[in-house]
Design a protein around this ligand. Structure first.
Ligand SMILES: *Cc1c(COP(=O)(O)O)cnc(C)c1O
Length: 333
């Protein structure tokens, strides 16, 4: 829940480095994609960190595996509970399976079929709820209390944030400092972890958060200087359809972020098509947020970005093929 007090357990760049050690050998070190066509078109050198190729198809595996790895023996034996519109669910389910921890996942009834199936496939128990009328936090908290489970939040947790930060840590370790970095923004786990990594390895880098136009709570919060809560957004970017930033993600974002941008849904579809045709990778709508935001930012101010080195995250690739075909096939020419 939104709160005005800054928690005492904010993660640091050291925590991101420690998480990277724990993830070594268990998470994929994902590739960094480049395209000469993109670079020529934008007049910049664009490095795309492909977390759609991470285990379970999104960066969420990093935070989940890191968090579960740090549980004590009693907590592991009792099990974990998580709520998610999909990718966090799969991530917790696989991390739990790998570490031998029982997992219960609270998922919306309208979650994409592929995400529901994958979560069950990893051996987790799925509890369904209605995203528009029920409160997932309350359902998960109730399960945690009744069954003695440890709640693994999707973003507002120091170990989750530190784990998510390892993706950009890898990017910066491999490719050196950047001038700008674009990261998608839902609840802010990936963005706040990325900010910590960038502060340590590329302090001069301007880091931008990118969220869906319909779900602009992050931008509003940055402007207001406090966590602003919005109504449940309706956007193609289901992975970033959050209503508020976390009590731990917000202070990190407010301190270090350059700005928060928003993109309309049709720009996500355009970038999904471009990823498929140009980079040969499958990206879900939410996964295309940062790239779509980057393209818009460069188009709006080409001089600022001319000749720069720009990092971009692809956050996930979990989209049903028929949905992908329908979205990309129907886009404006
Ligand atoms: C969870 C998720 C996001 C948003 O991440 P936060 O850490 O909540 O900001 C973005 N893209 C994908 C694919 C996700 O699964």
């Amino acid at each position: 829940m939104p709160t005005e007090t800054v928690p005492h357990d904010l993660p640091t760049a050291d925590d991101v480095h420690a998480a990277a050690e724990i993830l070594r050998g268990s998470a994929h070190r994902t590739p960094v994609l480049t395209s000469r066509l993109t670079d020529a078109e934008l007049g910049a050198s664009v490095l795309v960190k492909a977390e759609n190729l991470q285990r379970t198809g999104s960066f969420k595996f990093r935070g989940a595996f890191h968090t579960l790895s740090r549980l004590g023996p009693d907590e592991r034996a009792a099990g974990v509970v998580a709520f998610s519109s999909g990718n966090h669910a799969q991530a917790v389910a696989l991390a739990a399976q790998l570490l031998g921890v029982p997992a219960t996942i609270v998922m919306p009834t309208d979650a994409p079929a592929s995400k529901l199936a994958a979560t069950r496939g990893y051996g987790a128990e799925v509890v369904s709820y209605d995203r528009f009328t029920e409160d997932r936090d309350a359902i998960a908290a109730d399960l945690a209390a009744r069954r003695g489970l440890t709640l693994v939040p999707p973003y507002d947790h120091p170990h989750v944030i530190a784990g998510q930060g390892t993706a950009v840590l890898e990017l910066l370790e491999e490719h050196g400092p950047l001038d700008a970095l674009f990261v998608c923004l839902g609840g802010g786990g990936l963005l706040s972890g990325s900010l910590l990594a960038a502060q340590a390895l590329s302090p001069g880098c301007a880091v931008f958060g990118v969220e869906p136009e319909a779900g602009d709570d992050g931008r509003r919060s940055l402007r207001a200087g406090r966590i602003v809560t919005i109504d449940q957004p309706r956007t193609l970017a289901d992975g970033a359809a959050t209503r508020y930033l976390g009590s731990r993600t917000f202070p990190i974002i407010a301190e270090y972020v350059e700005d928060i941008l928003t993109v309309p849904d049709d720009a996500l579809v355009e970038s999904m098509a471009l990823f498929a045709s140009r980079y040969k990778v499958l990206v879900e709508p939410t996964g295309a947020l940062a790239f779509a935001g980057m393209r818009a930012a460069v188009a709006a101010d080409p001089e600022r970005f001319s000749g720069t080195r720009i990092g971009v995250t692809i956050s996930g690739g979990n989209v049903d093929l028929d949905r992908f075909a329908a979205l990309v096939g129907a886009r404006r020419p």
